[in-house]
Write a protein that binds this ligand. Structure first.
Ligand SMILES: Cc1ncc(COP(=O)(O)O)c(C=O)c1O
Length: 411
């Protein structure tokens, strides 16, 4: 049984925090999430009790850190059903995508090859590919969007119309409209056409059960901070044979077996060969605690909670003819909307004056305008600790929140 009050009590940021003198209603969880006390404690434990580098000493403290890193890697691997040595620690989702771009695409793409993405991708799943095209002579191509969604049919059509697609890189769940693609089917289409699938899991892994082996994606990326974990840590999960084939991106200490004056470098096996330099050790401990926290609640329950809040919010918002909703038929915790006649950023500023945190603009997906049909949207996004009462406060302020000019006079 999902006890929302018990869940909320785990999060210090939900303990009477105010914004603009009003109780904070945090609805920007697609951007980042709050941390439960257990995650904060796990990170503090590193600095209070365990402070040492990993892989670099012959004393107990150092060895203990090696054990902690391994435990964290195992916990994450079990969580998304991969092998432990398929989990590479990165600074986050963005670095993980760049690692595939520079380690895999730069190594293997040739002039005339193509990279397939969509117009609704986040900058982190777009700009690395643009740069790889500049460097290799490969080209970008785009999936046709149907009814604001990336569909299996759209991907099939893209393969029919474009030759030599070698990489398909798509958000598993979009960060503006919140639709989840049929990744398993798309992976199979990519493989049948000699391409690999890079799945940007930044918005899916925190919200729905994700099974790396079952989806058969080649790479999966995500950030801890969007799933109750610390900032500055995330993962690239990759099929082991691909990780072994990939070139290193960062090089330095901790990733090599040996090197010599002739410049010959023998890297360690994956995942270590991608983890040059001192790792973000407290964050790795916090990441493990975050995954344990999600496991204890259960990913099915977390998804159900997001879905219930989504339906509840939509049912209330639909009653107002002031609100335009762009993704009514989605099913998770992201609602993209506008208030008629009000610019998105003004609406977000007005909500801020009421203590409500939402995001406005293009949400780092700057090619999405034509798909949405507007230059900017407001995005509210829930997570496992969001309550129905917070949705009520949000809807009440959105619909009866007063004149937009209040936002300026109150600030
Ligand atoms: C779909 C998607 N991809 C990539 C990212 C980048 O994540 P990060 O900034 O944690 O690296 C985000 C963050 O909002 C996202 O929503």
């Amino acid at each position: 049984m999902y006890d929302i009050n018990k869940v909320r009590a785990d999060f210090p940021m939900l303990n009477n925090k105010k914004m603009q003198g009003k109780p904070l209603v945090f609805l920007d969880n697609a951007s980042t999430t709050f941390k439960p006390q257990s995650v904060i404690d796990a990170m503090n434990k590193y600095y209070l009790e365990m402070n040492a580098n990993s892989h670099r000493g012959d004393y107990d403290l150092c060895y203990n850190m090696d054990v902690e890193i391994q435990k964290s890697r195992e916990t994450i691997a079990r969580f998304i059903n991969s092998e432990t040595n398929e989990v590479v620690f990165t600074s986050g989702d963005t670095e993980a995508l760049n690692l595939v771009a520079y380690g895999y695409a730069l190594e293997f793409l040739k002039p005339g090859d193509q990279i397939l993405i969509s117009e609704i991708e986040h900058a982190s799943n777009t700009l690395p590919w643009f740069r790889i095209c500049e460097l290799t002579g490969a080209k970008m191509c785009f999936v046709d969007i149907e009814d604001k969604k990336v569909t299996v049919e759209g991907v099939k059509k893209a393969f029919k119309e474009n030759k030599n697609i070698k990489i398909v890189a798509l958000a598993h769940t979009g960060n503006v409209l919140g639709y989840t693609i049929n990744a398993k089917e798309i992976a199979s289409i990519a493989h049948n056409n000699g391409a690999i699938l890079v799945l940007d899991g930044a918005q899916s892994v925190p919200h729905i059960p994700v099974d790396f082996k079952d989806l058969d994606a080649d790479f999966l990326t995500f950030s801890a901070h969007k799933m109750c974990g610390p900032t500055g840590i995330g993962c690239l999960v990759g099929k082991y044979e691909l990780l072994q084939k990939m070139a290193t991106f960062h090089t330095g200490g901790g990733m090599n077996v040996k090197f010599n004056k002739q410049g010959e470098v023998i890297p360690l096996d994956a995942p270590a060969k991608f983890e040059a330099g001192t790792l973000n050790l407290s964050a790795i401990m916090g990441f493990k605690a975050a995954v344990e926290y999600l496991n204890a609640l259960g990913m099915d329950n977390i998804h159900k909670h997001d879905e219930e809040l989504f339906k509840y919010a939509i049912s209330k918002l639909e009653k107002s003819d002031k609100v335009i909703i762009y993704n009514k038929d989605s099913n998770n915790g992201i609602i993209a909307f506008n208030v008629k006649g009000v610019f998105a950023q003004d609406e977000a500023t007005l909500l801020n004056s009421k203590g409500i945190a939402v995001r406005s603009g293009q949400h780092c997906a700057k090619m999405i305008n034509d798909v949405v049909g507007d230059i900017a949207t407001v995005r509210m996004s829930t997570y496992l600790y969001t309550s129905k009462e917070e949705i009520d406060i949000f809807v009440e302020n959105l619909i009866n929140g007063g004149d937009i000019l209040d936002a300026y006079f109150l600030n």
